[in-house]
Design a protein around this ligand. Structure first.
Ligand SMILES: O=P(O)(O)O[C@H]1O[C@H](CO)[C@@H](O)[C@H]1O
Ligand SMILES: O=c1cc[nH]c(=O)[nH]1
Length: 232
């Protein structure tokens, strides 16, 4: 048992899917895993382990923002020996040709967070996806004809910006979308020498202001889940 996860050693698989929303974790476990067992309910941050096509896999809610995902990933890696961490998250589109429900693979995560500044004073660390997980996911997506975009994303410390147009500088530099955890995930994975990838579904657009419902975010993200389960 760790501070925020009440699982016993061995209860958690080497590969873990990481939705921000714990109810998305429950939905994935109930709809995709054989014999799912709930191993965590501390703070309602649900975690499950089961089987998918003969592979043992876990799914763990992380909460919102870098501080929260760092707590869960650090404990998963250090206390439970997790080796593959695959975020399955929602994101806001920064580009006019990226639409609701599109799938984004985060090759890298720019950030306005200061988490790495104390580690690399006067320098900027580039949080990057693991190449093996990324290649396996793109191979699977192409074989199954699941469309995706891959590129740089922004991990932001703020969901609500004072200036609604502040995203345009990122957009002008080709950044695809915004979310709130991936730069933390890629940084902690790099520190401990494990593999990480973020697979995202566009839930809203900062360009057109459209959005999907909370119910769809919790329970209808099938393509992203299928890609994540076939990424390792
Ligand atoms: O859908 P999840 O995985 O929570 O991801 C996105 O949604 C939350 C904001 O609504 C942030 O956590 C952001 O990263
Ligand atoms: O962090 C996020 C997640 C989804 N949509 C956004 O606009 N921001």
């Amino acid at each position: 048992m760790s501070l925020h996860i009440e699982a016993k050693k061995g209860d958690i698989a080497e590969s873990v899917l990481l939705p921000g929303d714990p109810l998305r974790a429950k939905w994935i476990a109930e709809n995709y895993l054989e014999n799912p067992k709930c191993y965590n309910n501390i703070r309602g941050m649900l975690g499950y382990t089961g089987n998918y096509k003969g592979k043992r896999v876990s799914v763990q809610g992380t909460g919102m923002g870098i501080p929260s995902i760092l707590i869960y990933c650090t404990e998963l890696i250090k206390e439970y020996g997790v080796k593959n961490l695959i975020r399955v998250g929602s994101a806001g589109s920064y580009q006019p040709d990226i639409n609701l429900m599109d799938i984004i693979l985060a090759m890298s995560a720019s950030t306005n967070s200061a988490i790495n500044q104390s580690v690399f004073p006067n320098s900027i660390f580039a949080p990057t996806a693991n190449f093996d997980l990324l290649m396996k996911t793109t191979d699977y997506a192409k074989a199954k004809k699941i469309p995706f975009r891959a590129g740089n994303i922004l991990t932001s410390d703020k969901f609500y910006e004072d200036d609604p147009d502040s995203f345009r500088t990122w957009a002008d530099h080709g950044v695809l979308c915004v979310e709130m955890e991936t730069a933390g995930l890629y940084s902690v994975a790099a520190k401990y020498g494990v593999k990480a990838l973020a697979i995202l579904t566009i839930s809203d657009s900062l360009v057109t202001k459209e959005k999907i419902t909370a119910e769809i975010r919790e329970t209808k993200l099938a393509q992203m889940t299928e890609l994540a389960l076939n990424s390792f």
